[in-house]
Design a protein around this ligand. Structure first.
Ligand code: NCD
Length: 303
């Protein structure tokens, strides 16, 4: 890994495996909490979030604290960004205070990549526009591998607003490096054909039943209303064609895993009975987020 973690596209399969293995060592035993270590004692990690977040920000904060680092979180609404300061000026200001790493979420695709070219401080991408969300794909892989031997040969259906999803892009990069069979599914305006060329082993369909048939894993995505500039689908129509219902699961492998990066919109992209079913691993994903982010922060900052 270079200076920070910007995307899955830049990582090799052995680098990804090393992070996933290390994350496993941080997973708590049943009924316990994450280990409290002092690997990063004396280090300061700044979480800089220009977009809303519940899971990712909390998870990075807990991960950093569990490794003994000091953390502080800044949100755009409470910062000088709302006073008109440019992104570069905000970052230069923070860097002048000598944090050891910056975890950053921004609505512009490529923002962390651009900044990392100018700053010596390592940047961890916590989601950039519609581009990448590397720690989400890592925690998704950790979650699947907790329950399946390998990613190779698994049929993974990714369903929903593919066009605007950084989660889909990072997962396509990761899963294709491990030989999964990926099927992307969504309504035509939200399923750009170019995504079929992003990696090998990617197929596209507009039919949710085709996507789910024989799937080992179903990843549902939220409709990214904040990134859509076209007319929206009414929620009811969207759910009728692209919402995951309990009866769909009969088409998939009997032990199919249902995933969602959250936040979920019940009745829009997933029914409540599926989200709360035995097949759902949505909260396992959240839990694994902490272990994976501990592994990432340790790798970036440990000397
Ligand atoms: C995702 C994100 O922000 O990209 N959420 C997350 O980090 N768990 C997905 C989403 O917002 O729909």
């Amino acid at each position: 890994m270079a200076k920070g973690l910007l995307g899955i596209e830049d990582l090799s399969r052995p680098e990804i495996e090393a992070i996933l293995d290390r994350a496993r060592s941080f997973q708590p035993a049943q009924g316990e909490t994450f280990p409290r270590l002092d690997t990063l004692r004396g280090r300061t990690i700044v979480n800089l979030f220009f977009e809303n977040s519940t899971r990712t920000r909390t998870s990075f904060e807990i991960a950093a604290k569990r490794l003994g680092a000091d953390t502080l979180s800044i949100t755009a609404s409470g910062s000088s960004v709302s006073k008109g300061e440019s992104l570069v000026d905000t970052l230069n200001t923070l860097v002048a205070m000598r944090p050891d790493a910056i975890v950053m979420r921004h609505s512009a695709s490529g923002a962390p990549h651009f900044l990392s070219r100018y700053l010596a401080t390592p940047i961890v991408n916590a989601g950039d526009g519609t581009h990448e969300h590397p720690t989400q794909a890592l925690l998704d892989a950790r979650t699947i591998l907790d329950l399946r031997e390998t990613l190779e040969g698994l049929k993974v259906a990714i369903i929903g607003d593919i066009a605007h999803s950084r989660v889909a892009r990072s997962n396509i990069h990761l899963l294709s490096k491990f030989g999964s069979e990926i099927v992307l599914c969504g309504p035509a305006p939200l399923l750009p054909v170019e995504l079929g060329q992003l990696a090998s082993g990617v197929a596209l369909t507009n039919d949710i039943r085709d996507a789910i048939r024989d799937a080992d894993v179903i990843m549902m995505l939220r409709v990214q209303l904040e990134r859509q500039h076209e007319a929206n689908f009414p929620a009811g129509d969207y759910f009728k064609f692209y919402g995951l219902r309990l009866d769909h699961l009969a088409l998939a492998k009997p032990n199919v895993l249902v995933m969602h990066p959250g936040p979920i919109n019940r009745g829009r992209e997933i029914s409540s009975d599926v989200a709360d079913s035995q097949r759902s691993v949505i909260l396992n994903q959240v839990e694994n987020g902490v272990a994976v982010r501990m592994a990432v922060l340790e790798k970036i900052l440990k000397q």
